[in-house]
Write a protein that binds this ligand. Sequence first.
Ligand code: 13P
Ligand code: SF4
Length: 332
Amino acid sequence: MTQELSYTSEVAKATAPVYDMLKDQFEEEYWETLAPYIYEINRLKKEKNAVILAHNYMTPDIFHGIADIVGDSLALARSASQTDADIIVQCGVHFMAETSKALCMDKKILIPDMKAGCSLAESITAKDVRLLREKHPNVPIITYVNSSAEVKAESDICCTSGNAVKIVNAMKEDTVLMIPDKYLAQYTQGHTDKKVLTWEGSCIVHERFTPEDIKQFRARYEGIQVLAHPECPPEVLAEADYTGSTQQMIEYVEGKKPSRVVLITECSMSDNIAAVHPEMELVRPCQMCPHMKRITLPKILEALQTEQPEVILDSEIAERSRIPIQKMLDLS
Ligand code: 13P
Ligand code: SF4
């Protein structure tokens, strides 16, 4: 749907507080093309009783301009299970929208771009999980939420990067199978007495970082704090000061208020923190997730206008995938 949008004085006034936060990141001329979308999306979501859930990797115009709830995968799953909105617009990737759908089958779940996938989710199929189950019959399967609903449906419990250690430690068995991210599994292995088996999946964003990157940051920026996501390889995490989910990194920064920091994760994270912490020096090595970056303001507006594309889940898969997701939510 094409739409005539213009930068009127009303739009300028309504979006001025957001621009004030983001003016170091967006040229005024470019902002004038974004602001009408922000204005119209905020108007339309109220009219339709829609809620916008945005992952921490969304760009600052989305994160600060239109999101109702922001957070990591765990926070977004929790919010989806609690909202009383009629429509959820999932600004993130497809597996996140499926999780919302499984938790709220009665709601309309929109994802602004159906092609927003994930290398981890694509690394494993439900058939692979059934074969793993045959090979390890008495081993609980703990599935990272970065997976399809079909894969979750074959699993015993889900986890996120924020609660993986807690979930593994809550299992009564001494050996567990964590799929599909080998690096999250290796990180968890370092924080539990249990034996953690894994799968060969990895994130195309986090696997690109190297220990040399971190050594160079330390050499160039005296006193820098290095925060890394557990989807990074172990030799990268070994060089970091702190490892945590995207939300845990934000909490670390909010709590410790480091004057200089680098986040070893997707690049929009730093932009979103910089907008509210101008006093902090955020060194920004940009590793972009091409899937997350498919979500843009024009696509979000179109999704709200047309109520498409909608995420549809087979009711049996939804029911079966909800069980491990809910078990995780209950445990965390
Ligand atoms: P969290 O936000 O849960 O840490 O996950 C990061 C990620 O890569 C999501 O796709
Ligand atoms: Fe998947 Fe990695 Fe992108 Fe997250 S950052 S959606 S794990 S590819």
